[in-house]
Design a protein around this ligand. Structure first.
Ligand SMILES: [Zn+2]
Length: 114
């Protein structure tokens, strides 16, 4: 036991928001980021760094919770020199039947937030 006073889990972090299309609102809305995990992988041979961001997000309109996965590498850039970011959303937009399948594959830490 150490004297860790005042250290709170994720909720004490400053709130971050992302624009995500909401299945319920049927349009792009602001989502609060409830939890976030980021990492990166470095490949020495081609000298590429891959970035991964995993987020649990909640719609500010209807409070529906989704899972957002964004990934990019410093190898792929658009014509402005910005990284090309690929974003996956769970449950899949326009499908809507995959939610439980997606949840089962989430890491334990993320699932606890639900
Ligand atoms: Zn919504």
């Amino acid at each position: 036991m150490t004297s860790e006073t005042g250290s709170k889990p994720a909720e004490s972090k400053p709130k971050e928001t992302v624009r995500v299309s909401c299945q319920n609102c049927l349009r792009e809305t602001n989502h609060d980021v409830l939890a976030e995990f980021a990492n990166k992988n470095y490949l020495e041979e081609p000298d590429i760094t891959f970035f991964n961001v995993y987020q649990v997000v909640r719609c500010r309109g209807c409070e529906r919770v989704s899972f957002r996965y964004a990934n990019w590498s410093d190898n792929e850039q658009d014509e402005y020199g910005d990284p090309v970011v690929l974003v996956d959303l769970y449950p899949y937009r326009l499908a809507g039947t995959k939610m439980m399948d997606g949840l089962r594959n989430l890491p334990d830490d993320v699932r606890r937030v639900y």
